[in-house]
Design a protein around this ligand. Structure first.
Ligand code: ACO
Length: 352
């Protein structure tokens, strides 16, 4: 049986059967070199630094240039996470890439696997927009909990600049490109870093936020035609998504706290999907979490979709804010509509 053959009854690694937890032991991130400020954008669309900052908290965003792709950004973030965890690429069993803007619709994770030389790892994509990283983290943790795998890399990467209408001021000011990665390792159940989680979807509200296939057909033979592949730009009903976020994110976090018997005062950090500073503030106020415990890098990167949570995590680990043993409440939310939450215990090395 190969190391990647899934079998709950036959753990891939000798001795792994007693391990029933997933420890978060390393992180890394990467962003494109080019930064576009709000003022830069106001030269293209009718907007202003004041409007964007006051409505969203965003001051700038990174935009991928020539040679920068989901593969290159994800691989850079992955290498940084491997180094942080002290792992070699060949030790990896699984690479799970959360992205909604792949380089290849057939899957971009195998390209990342090849780029970093993780020849033993199975690699595949998971799509859930801005909830993608959290969904991928929760999914990957299950393989560790059931003894199938021992070392896993979860990556969130998006390049939504590819899919924006750069003449639509309602959306083009919000998004940016980036990637973040987290290393997860099998551990004893009582050290599980995934303390609790919830995942939700509501497809009946899908039209609120889409990056949808366009309806073009090409005649083939007689009455038969075939659809031509291609996608529209991002469409969002901002007010509806805003209302959804400030209702559902506190609800899912309240459920998590209730299920664990923990009080919000036990949280070291609130690490939410970075979409809008007003959403972060509203959720913090709901739980009376002091604003200095709310992680935000919106000012520098905007909404990087599946990348926001690991990008922010990496920044706060490396500057020493997040320390080993800290309890983090995280929530991802966005297109689908999809949303979820997790209580996470960080176990990575201290910042040097
Ligand atoms: N510059 C200047 N004016 C603008 C801009 C802009 N960039 N964008 C919109 N406006 C105008 C609008 O045209 C409108 O003008 P009008 O009243 O003359 O028509 C006015 O500003 C107000 O527009 P609203 O859409 O009502 O602005 P709002 O206060 O709702 O803020 C925003 C918009 C920032 C998008 C907000 O609704 C929001 O953050 N929504 C949530 C987004 C989100 O959380 N997404 C997460 C998921 S992303 C994913 O899954 C990929």
């Amino acid at each position: 049986m190969s190391a990647n053959t899934l079998s709950a009854a036959t753990p891939a690694h000798r001795g792994a059967s007693h391990l029933r937890g997933a420890a978060l032991v390393g992180c890394g991130s990467a962003v494109p070199a080019t930064s576009l400020s709000n003022s830069d954008l106001s030269a293209r669309v009718e907007t202003s630094d004041d409007w964007i900052r006051s409505r969203t908290g965003i001051g700038a965003r990174r935009v991928a240039g020539p040679g920068e792709t989901i593969t290159t950004l994800a691989a850079e973030a992955a290498r940084a996470a491997l180094a942080h965890a002290g792992w070699e690429a060949q030790e990896l069993d699984l690479i799970l890439l959360a992205t909604s803007s792949p380089d290849d619709l057939f899957g971009t994770a195998p390209r990342v696997q090849a780029a970093i030389g993780a020849s033993r790892a199975v690699a595949f994509d998971l799509t859930a927009a801005c909830s993608g990283f959290l969904f991928a983290l929760i999914t990957a943790a299950q393989y560790l909990r059931n003894g199938s795998f021992t070392k896993v890399l979860v990556i969130g990467a998006d390049q939504l600049s590819r899919w924006l209408d750069w003449d639509d001021r309602r959306t083009c000011v919000l998004f940016g490109d980036g990637a973040g990665a987290v290393a997860l390792e099998a551990c004893e159940a009582d050290e599980d870093g995934l303390v609790a989680f919830r995942m939700r979807s509501d497809g009946s509200r899908n039209a609120c936020l889409t990056l949808a296939q366009t309806e073009h057909h090409r005649p083939l033979v007689g009455d038969t035609s075939a659809q031509i592949g291609g996608f529209a730009t991002i469409h969002m009903n901002g007010q509806e998504v805003y209302k959804f976020a400030v209702r559902e994110v506190p609800a899912v976090l309240a459920e998590l706290l209730a299920s664990t018997g923990l009080e919000a005062s036990a949280l070291d950090w609130l690490l939410l999907h970075q979409a809008n500073q007003r959403i972060l503030d509203a959720v913090a106020d709901r739980f009376a979490v002091p604003h200095e415990r709310v992680l935000s890098n919106l000012a520098h990167y905007g909404n990087t979709s599946a990348a926001t949570i690991p990008l922010m995590l990496d920044e706060a680990v490396r500057d020493g804010r997040i320390q080993s043993g800290h309890l983090i409440a995280s929530s991802g939310f966005g297109a689908g509509l999809s949303w979820g939450g997790a209580l996470l215990r960080w176990r990575g090395p201290q910042a040097s």
